[in-house]
Ligand binder design. Structure first.
Ligand code: ACO
Length: 312
């Protein structure tokens, strides 16, 4: 039992923050940020705009894109690490605000920057078991809530936004979410974590070293598992953390840079929202075309890492 991609949507907050805006409030420069990260701008949600608001906007866009209503879905999974409320989940809030008349299962997964792969991993199991017909996967984050303006090495890295993809059960096992792999290593907690008072603690160079090793590892694993090579893959849509990480990972895998989708320059690192946001951007701009094979590796706090193979 397989699945296929039937629609997508995204949402970016109206407020754009450029590197020049950071130059005005801290000791940094556009040149440093662009050279070290490739980031040129990011979107920040309004103060009263929540993760659920952004997830809802992306969900509405995805439903509009498919011509479906929330009652056509039988599960909603949200990948988020930055919800304002511990309960209820963002997924349940979204389903309620979409006006569902059915009582479908809805839940959040927390996998930091790998969260969306964790969500797809769960959803794939529901498709394979035949338990679900149509699932909406949303990635939504308000990273700006965790930004410490006294820490220039992390403040400039993150952005807010949401993306959503809808998959439907299908008889083909070569479409939609073809494969997923997710992993974790809790021993590296100190390298990258959030604090109770919403600050990001990160050892940048160590995080960089792990990311350029583990994302290619996950990508390699999934290609071997699927019996394909780099030549079979049309696009790599890596978690958008940092351009140097993306380029170094692509080089290790032997992928030409033309096959790498980059949105980190526009969105910065939106953690669990980055993959769905990047895919929505690529579909909107006719960059990734129907039928193409996409490899999406990710890495994040935990540590967590993983990859998925999607025929769009
Ligand atoms: N502007 C100007 N200078 C800065 C800034 C800034 N925003 N931030 C740090 N610096 C300075 C440091 O203070 C340091 O100065 P010093 O030499 O006088 O002490 C200097 O730049 C070098 O600092 P490093 O931390 O060694 O810089 P590095 O080259 O490692 O780059 C960076 C830092 C960009 C954070 C890099 O380590 C990195 O990309 N790490 C991965 C981080 C990441 O992507 N995390 C996202 C979360 S995980 C994920 O999503 C995969």
């Amino acid at each position: 039992m397989g699945n296929k991609l039937i629609g997508y949507g995204s949402y970016l907050p109206r407020k754009t923050v450029t590197n020049a805006d950071f130059e005005r409030v801290m000791d940094t420069s556009d040149q440093w940020i662009v050279e070290r990260t490739g980031i040129r701008q990011r979107h920040f949600a309004a103060e009263n705009e929540t993760v659920a608001d952004m997830a809802l906007a992306a969900a509405r866009a995805a439903l509009k894109n498919t011509g479906l209503t929330v009652d056509d879905l039988d599960m909603v999974i949200v990948a988020t690490t930055t919800p304002e409320l511990d309960f209820p989940s963002v997924a349940v809030q979204v389903v309620g605000r979409l006006g569902a008349t059915k009582n479908i299962p809805a839940f959040d997964v927390r996998g930091a920057c790998t969260g969306y792969i964790y969500a797809l991993h769960c959803g794939r199991a529901f498709f394979t078991s035949g338990m679900c017909e149509r699932i909406m996967f949303i990635g939504a984050e308000k990273m700006s809530r965790f930004i410490d303006m006294n820490d220039r090495s992390t403040a400039v890295l993150f952005g807010d936004g949401a993306g959503a993809l809808i998959f439907e059960r299908s008889t083909s096992s070569y479409s939609g979410i073809i494969d997923t792999v997710v992993m974790s290593d809790g021993k590296s907690f100190d390298m990258l974590h959030g604090t109770a008072d919403h600050k990001i603690v990160m050892n940048g160079p160590e995080t960089y070293k792990k990311a350029v090793m583990l994302m290619p590892d996950a990508a390699r694993y999934i290609m071997e598992h699927a019996g394909i090579t780099a030549d079979d893959v049309d696009w790599i849509v890596p978690h958008q953390a940092n351009l140097r990480i993306i380029q170094s990972g692509a080089k290790r895998l032997g992928f030409p840079l033309e096959k790498i989708l980059v949105t980190v320059d526009k969105h910065a690192n939106t953690s669990g929202a980055s993959g769905a946001l990047a895919l929505a951007y690529a579909f909107d701009n006719n960059i990734i075309k129907k039928g193409q094979l996409v490899l999406y590796p990710a890495f994040g706090s935990g540590l967590t890492w993983g990859a998925t193979l999607i025929r769009v």
